[in-house]
Design a protein around this ligand. Sequence first.
Ligand SMILES: [Ca+2]
Ligand SMILES: [Ca+2]
Length: 72
Amino acid sequence: MELNQWVDELFEVFDEDKDGVINRSEFVELIDCLLQDKGIRMCESIFKRFDKNHDNSISKEELREMVIELAL
Ligand SMILES: [Ca+2]
Ligand SMILES: [Ca+2]
């Protein structure tokens, strides 16, 4: 599947309140589902690392960069 399409679907699934961004509690779910296998657990530093513009939420663009960086 093409990367952008996959990111779209991921975003759709994890943006539970459909406000167009992944907030902290949604991000916890995402980490639990996708990244526990990689030994990554939700913590402040990982959220900050991927919240590049520091607006306390993960945009689709930030999620895409995360997917690329972690080679999911
Ligand atoms: Ca949301
Ligand atoms: Ca952000």
